[in-house]
Ligand binder design. Structure first.
Ligand code: TEU
Ligand code: CA
Length: 536
C-alpha cells in the first residue's frame, strides 16, 4: 500500500462540529458564545479529545428565523456570540493547541433583512434588484411549480414591486442570484475575508443549490410524500455553472495554506457527491448515510462500499453520525445500553478510511431532548408538528458537569437541557474509564498514532456480514483489525477469507470487561462490543 507521509491535515484529522448557540455561554443570557467556547478549548486539546479542527455553525449576525442560517451580514459576528476580536482570539487560542477553525458559510441565500435584499426589494429598478431571483407572475400565479424545502411554494409575492422572489427555504431566506457576476464577486470576497483572518476553511451550506436554471422551467413530477419530494429537483439545484464557481472558490482556498471546504450536498448520493470532489472542486462532500442507515452491519458496510467505489481516487470519504438537523445517534439506533451504542458508533466513525466529523455531545452519548409543542422553535418543526417535531431535539445545551444548567450557562438556556444531564456530562465521564467519553479519548489517541488507521486502505473481511462486522486497515508497517458486534448476544464472527496469520494485539475494546479474542478461524466478541487489534 502506498502511503504518503505528507497527507494534508484534513485527510488524517478529526473535525468536531460545534453548534455554538448550545456549547458554552459566558454571560448568562442562555445562548452559547465565542468567549464561552474559548473557555472550553481544553476539551479539544492534548488533555482532552485532541481533535484537529472545530467547525462552528453560523455565528454571523442573523434574525435567527432559521437560527443563523439566515445571515444578515457576512463579515461580522452576531453580538450575542461575541465580536470579531473574540473570533481572532479563538483562532489564536485554538491554534496554540493545534486546532484549526472552520466556519459555516450559508451563501445560497441571505436573510431577508440583509442590506442587499432590502435594497433589492426596494424597487424593480434598484441596482441590486438582480442580486436575487425575481420573476413576474405567470397568469397571476407563481412563476413555476418549485417548492420550498420547509413547505409551501418556493416563491413569495412582493406586492410593492409586483414580482415574486425565489427561496428554496423560508421566505425569510431569499436565494441569491449567483448568475449575477457582482454577487459571485461579493461572495468570493467574503471567502477571502475569513481566510485572511486565519480560518482554515468552510462547511458550505446546501452548495449545490447556488444556481437555478436560467429559464425557470417547472420541475417534473416524482413520487413522494411532501409536495417538495413530489418533484424531481432538476431545475432548482445542480446546474452546470456550479463547477465554474467551485473552481474559483478552490483557487482562493488553495492560495491560503492548508485551507479546505466540505460541502453539504442537497439530496446527496455518493456518485452525485463524487462529481463535486476533486482538485478543482471541493475537498469533501458530506456522507450522511450513517444518519439514516439501519444500525446493522450489512446495511452499514453496503453504504461504506458504495462511497468507496463512487469516490475512487479523486474524492475522499468522510463520515458523520449526526448533525444539527438530525436526530442524535443514540436516540436513533438499536436496543440495549445506549452507551454501548455510542461507543460502537465512535469505533465505526473513527476507524473507517476517511475524515470523521464528531457532533458535539456524541462523545458523552448525549440523546435528543423531547419538546412539547409550545417549546418547539425550529420553523419546519412548528409547521409540521405533530408529524415532525423539527430539529431542536439534537440542539440541546452541552452537558459539561453537575453544576447549574450542566455548566452550560448561569442563565436559562435557550433550549431545555436533557433531563439526564446530572449523570451524563463531561466531568463525570472523564472520571469513568468505561464511559463513552473515555472511549472517545482513547480511540482518538490511538488513531492519531496509528499509521494503519490514518493511512491504511479499507478491506472488509466479510462481504455479507450478520450480527458483526470486521475489516482491516492496511498500511506499510502496520495493520489494524477492527471488529464489531452489533447484537445483544455473544458472537463468534467468521470471515469470507482467512485472517492474515499473525499475532494480533488487542489495543482497545469498548467493553469494560473485554471478551474480544482473535482465534484461528474467527473472532469472538461480547454483546455490543467493538475492538481494535494491531499487528506490525
Ligand atoms: O440544511 C439543508 C437541508 O437540506 C436540511 O434543512 C434538511 O432538509 C432538513 O434539516 C431536514 O432534515 C442546511 C442547514 O444544515 C440547515 O440547518 C438549514 O436550515 C438549511 O440548510 C438552510 O440554510
Ligand atoms: Ca451568551
Amino acid at each position: 500500500m502506498p502511503i504518503s507521509p505528507d497527507r494534508p491535515w484534513w485527510k488524517t484529522g478529526v473535525i468536531y462540529h460545534i453548534y455554538v448557540r448550545s456549547f458554552a455561554d459566558s454571560n448568562g443570557d442562555g445562548i452559547g458564545d465565542l468567549p464561552g467556547l474559548i473557555g472550553r478549548l481544553d476539551h479539544f486539546g492534548e488533555d482532552g479529545l485532541a481533535v484537529d479542527a472545530i467547525w462552528l455553525s453560523p455565528i454571523f449576525p442573523s434574525p435567527d428565523t432559521d437560527f443563523g442560517y439566515d445571515i444578515a451580514d457576512y463579515c461580522a459576528i452576531d453580538p450575542r456570540y461575541g465580536s470579531l476580536a473574540d473570533l481572532d482570539r479563538l483562532i489564536q487560542e485554538a491554534g496554540r493547541r493545534g486546532i484549526r477553525v472552520l466556519l459555516d458559510l450559508a451563501i445560497n441565500h441571505t436573510s431577508s433583512r440583509h442590506p442587499w435584499f432590502l435594497e433589492s426589494r426596494s424597487a424593480a429598478s434598484n441596482p441590486k434588484r438582480d442580486w436575487y431571483v425575481w420573476r413576474p407572475a405567470r397568469n397571476g400565479r407563481p412563476p413555476n411549480n418549485w417548492q420550498s424545502v420547509f413547505g409551501g411554494r418556493a416563491w413569495t409575492w412582493d406586492a410593492a414591486t409586483r414580482q415574486y422572489y425565489h427561496h428554496l427555504f423560508l421566505p425569510e431566506q431569499p436565494d441569491l442570484n449567483w448568475r449575477n457576476p457582482e454577487v459571485r464577486r461579493a461572495l468570493m470576497d467574503v471567502v477571502r475575508f475569513w481566510l485572511d483572518r486565519g480560518v482554515h476553511g468552510f462547511r458550505l451550506d446546501v452548495f449545490n443549490a447556488w444556481y437555478e436554471h436560467p429559464e425557470y422551467p417547472d420541475n417534473p413530477p416524482r413520487l413522494g410524500l411532501r409536495a417538495f419530494d413530489r418533484q424531481a429537483h432538476i431545475h432548482d439545484i445542480d446546474q452546470p455553472e456550479m463547477f465554474e464557481a467551485l473552481a474559483e472558490l478552490r483557487t482562493i482556498l488553495d492560495s491560503h495554506p492548508e485551507c479546505m471546504a466540505v460541502g453539504e450536498l442537497f439530496g446527496e448520493d455518493p456518485y452525485h457527491a463524487a462529481h463535486y470532489c476533486g482538485d478543482d472542486k471541493l475537498h469533501m462532500v458530506f456522507n450522511f448515510e450513517f444518519t439514516r442507515s439501519p444500525w446493522k452491519p450489512a446495511a452499514l458496510l453496503r453504504r461504506v462500499l458504495r462511497w468507496e467505489d463512487a469516490l475512487g481516487d479523486s474524492g475522499w470519504p468522510c463520515y458523520v453520525l449526526g448533525n444539527h438537523d438530525l436526530s442524535r445517534i443514540v436516540s436513533r439506533v438499536g436496543r440495549g445500553d445506549p452507551d454501548a451504542h455510542a461507543k460502537l458508533g465512535a469505533a465505526l466513525l473513527l476507524t473507517l478510511r476517511g475524515t470523521p466529523f464528531i457532533y458535539y455531545g456524541e462523545e458523552i452519548g448525549m440523546a435528543d431532548i423531547r419538546l412539547s409543542r409550545d417549546q418547539i422553535l425550529d420553523p419546519p418543526g412548528r409547521r409540521y408538528w405533530p408529524f415532525y417535531e423539527g430539529r431542536d431535539g439534537c440542539r440541546s445545551p452541552m452537558q459539561w458537569d453537575g453544576s447549574t444548567n450542566a455548566g452550560f450557562s448561569t442563565g436559562k438556556p435557550w433550549l431545555p437541557l436533557h433531563p439526564g444531564h446530572p449523570h451524563r456530562n463531561v466531568h463525570c465521564q472523564s472520571r469513568d474509564p468505561a464511559s463513552p467519553y473515555s472511549f472517545y479519548r482513547s480511540l482518538l489517541r490511538l488513531r492519531r498514532n496509528s499509521p494503519a488507521l490514518l493511512r491504511g486502505d479499507f478491506h472488509p473481511l466479510t462481504i455479507h456480514p450478520r450480527g458483526g462486522l470486521a475489516y482491516l486497515r492496511r498500511a506499510a508497517g502496520e495493520q489494524a483489525l477492527i471488529v464489531f458486534n452489533f447484537s445483544n448476544r455473544e458472537l463468534g464472527l467468521t470471515f469470507d477469507e482467512p485472517l492474515p496469520e499473525a499475532t494480533w494485539r488487542q489495543v482497545l475494546s469498548s467493553a469494560s470487561n473485554p471478551s474480544a479474542r482473535v482465534l484461528e478461524d474467527r473472532v469472538c466478541l461480547g454483546p455490543l462490543e467493538a475492538a481494535i487489534f494491531l499487528r506490525a
